[in-house]
Design a protein around this ligand. Sequence first.
Ligand code: PAF
Length: 270
Amino acid sequence: MNILRSAARWRNVRRTLRGSIGFVPTMGALHPGHLSLLERSMNECDITVLSIYLNPTQFDNPADLECYPETLERDLELARALGVDWLIIPDYDEIYRDGYRFQVREREFSKELCGAHREGHFTGVLTVVLKLLNLVRPERAYFGEKDYQQYLLIRDMCDAFFLDVDIVPCTTVRECDGLAMSSRNTYLDERGRDRAPKLHALLTSKLNDEHVAVELARAGFKVDYVMTRAARRFAAASLHCGHREIRLIDNVSLTPKAISEQPMAKQETP
Ligand code: PAF
C-alpha cells in the first residue's frame, strides 16, 4: 500500500494513474463497515484509494472532535491487510488552505434530521467531500447507508455540480444484535452496549415514529428524532456513558431493497 501525507504529491501521482478508481473517504478509526466499503471498491474498480482525514469543520461540538477515536497504526494494518492501493492522509492546512472561506451549503434537506441538531455539520461534510472528490477524481465513491442523510446530500451535491462520479450507497454493516457499526461504538460502556441494539430493534418494529421515540426514552436514550422520510425511518438518540453522551444514529428502509443497490461486477477497462 502506498501512503501519501501530502495532497500536493497525491495530485502528481493521480495524473499518472490509469484504470478505474474507487474511493472510500473516512475519518479513520476503521471498523468492519469501512472495510466492507473498501472491499466493494476493490471488487468493482482497478485502483482503490482510502483517505483518512478527521475533518474538524463537520464537528458542531469541539469536545466531540477532541475525543474522536484516532487509531492510525491499526487503520494502516487493516488497510494494508485488505490490499488497499493508496492511502492519503492530508493535513488541515492543505485541505483548508482557503481557511474555510469557501463552503458548500445546502439549504433544505441538510436542515432536517441530524442537520436540525448539529449546526453546520453538513456544510462541513459537503465541503470536505467536494474537496476530496476533486483531489481523488474517482469513477466511484462509496458511502455507508448508516449515514443515509449524508449519502443523499453528497449524491445530490455531485449532481448539482456536474461531478463525474458515481456515489455508491453500501448496506450498513451490523453487529449480530443489530447495532450499526460505528467508530463511536467504542465509547459505549457495558450498560450502554447492552442498551444500544434497542435503537435498531425499535426502528424495525411495527410501532409508529412517536411510539418508537417513547420506547427509546423508556430504555434510557435521550432522543433527538425518530422520523420517516422518503420511505425510510431515521433516528438519532444518545446514551449516557460515564461522562459522555454517546450519540447513535441509524435508519432502515421501509421498502424491499432495490436492484440498483446491489454490488456491481468489476468493469474491464480498455
Ligand atoms: O462519513 C464520514 O466518515 C465523514 O462524514 C466523511 C464522509 C469521511 C467526511 O469527512
